[in-house]
Ligand binder design. Structure first.
Ligand code: FMN
Length: 310
C-alpha cells in the first residue's frame, strides 16, 4: 500500500495555529488527527464551537477530530455537527496516559474497561455520519492488553486501528514494542496504522519494509524535530541542509508573528516557540548538554543562533 502520512495529535504543539503555519511552509502530510477536543461529557457544545479546531476544512488535507470522552452520546452529538461542517472521519483516544484521564476510565483507561469500549463502539459505529478510528496503546503496565482489546475491536468495522505500541506507564520513553504491534498487524480485521518513533527517512524505511500492509503512517515528534520529514518520506530524499535551514527559520519567524497576535501575554507566545525550538534543536544535536543549554536560554534569537550557527 502507499505511504499515506498522518500528523499525530500533540497537545500543546500541533494546535490550529501551529498547523495553519506549518502547512503554509511544508508539504507531505495527507491527514491530521487533532489533539483531543475539549468537550464536556454532558454539556453539548454549540456549532460555533468547532470550526476553530478544524482549520484544514476546505483544503486538500483531511482533518480528523479526536475525542477523549467515554460517553457515546457526546461523540454522536459532536460528530453530527462536525459532519455538517465537512468532517468525514472521527477518532477516539484510547491511549492518553495522563493519570487524571486514566483514572476516570478515559484515554488509556479504556484499555482496562472493555465494557466501556463495547458500549462506545456499539453506540457509535454506524450511527455517526462518517468513519470512525481508534488510537490505542498496548496496555497499562505492559503490553498484555493488546489481545483482549483487539478481540473487541475486531467485532466492529473501523476505518483504521492506529497503534502507538507503547504501554501507558512508558509515557513517551523507552522503545515501541514491535512484537505487540506485529500482533495487531497480523490479527486485526481492520486496517492498521503505525505510530511511534519515526524520526528519519531511515526509520520509516525500516518499519515500512517490515510492515508493508500498514494503511497509514502517523508522525508526531519526528515532524516537530524535522518539519521536512513528511516530504523526505514522500520523495525518498533528505532535504539539502541550506534549504532546510532557511525553511525552518522562515517557519519559526512566521509562527512567532502568528502567536504574537493570538496571546495577550508575550511570555506565553515565547514559551510556545521555545518548546518547538527545543524539538528542532534535537534534530541538529541531541546531546543532553546542548538541549540543556537551549532550555536555559530565555532569548529566542539566541536559541536560533545556537541551533543554526553551531
Ligand atoms: C506533548 C504530547 C502531547 C500529546 N497529545 C496527544 C493527544 O492529544 N492525543 C493523542 O492521541 N496523542 C497525543 N500524544 C501522543 C502522540 O500522538 C503519539 O502517539 C506519540 O508521541 C508517539 O508518536 P511519535 O513518536 O511519532 O511522536 C501526545 C504526545 C506528546 C509528546
Amino acid at each position: 500500500m502507499g505511504n499515506k502520512l498522518v500528523l499525530a495529535p500533540i497537545k500543546g504543539y500541533t494546535d490550529p495555529i501551529w498547523r495553519s503555519c506549518y502547512f503554509e511552509h511544508f508539504t507531505g502530510i495527507d491527514k491530521v488527527v487533532t489533539p483531543f477536543l475539549l468537550l464536556s461529557e454532558h454539556n453539548e457544545a454549540k456549532k460555533s464551537y468547532f470550526p476553530r479546531f478544524l482549520p484544514e476544512l476546505g483544503s486538500d488535507i483531511e482533518v480528523v477530530p479526536q475525542y477523549l470522552v467515554k460517553n457515546p452520546d457526546t461523540i454522536i452529538y459532536s460528530s453530527k455537527i462536525m459532519a455538517s461542517l465537512g468532517v468525514k472521519e472521527f477518532n477516539l483516544n484510547m491511549g492518553c496516559p495522563a493519570p487524571a484521564i486514566y483514572k476516570k476510565g478515559r484515554g488509556s483507561g479504556l484499555l482496562e474497561n472493555l465494557d466501556s469500549v463495547k458500549h462506545i463502539l456499539d453506540s457509535v459505529v454506524g450511527n455517526i455520519p462518517g468513519d470512525f478510528t481508534v488510537k490505542i496503546r498496548t496496555g497499562i503496565v505492559d503490553s498484555s492488553l493488546v489481545k483482549p482489546i483487539l478481540d473487541i475491536l475486531n467485532e466492529y468495522t473501523l476505518k483504521e486501528v492506529i497503534v502507538h505500541p507503547r504501554y501507558s506507564r512508558q509515557l513517551y520513553g523507552g522503545s515501541p514494542d514491535m512484537e505487540a504491534f506485529k500482533y495487531v498487524y497480523d490479527n486485526s480485521t481492520n486496517p492498521v496504522s503505525y505510530n511511534g518513533d519515526i524520526y528519519s527517512l531511515g526509520d520509516f524505511k525500516r518499519v515500512s519494509t517490515e510492515f508493508p500492509r500498514v494503511s497509514s503512517w502517523m508522525l508526531g515528534r519526528g515532524v516537530l524535530q524535522n518539519p521536512y520529514l513528511p516530504i523526505e518520506i514522500k520523495t525518498g530524499k533528505v532535504v539539502d541542509q541550506n534549504i532546510r535551514k532557511e525553511g525552518i527559520i522562515n517557519f519559526i519567524s512566521d509562527f512567532r508573528s502568528r502567536l504574537k497576535g493570538s496571546y495577550d501575554k508575550e511570555g506565553i507566545a515565547a514559551n510556545r516557540v521555545k518548546a518547538c525550538l527545543i524539538y528542532i534543536a534535537a534534530y541538529y544535536n541531541n546531546s543532553p548538554q546542548f538541549i540543556t543549554k537551549i532550555k536555559q536560554s530565555r532569548n529566542l534569537d539566541q536559541i536560533l543562533d545556537m541551533i543554526f550557527l553551531n
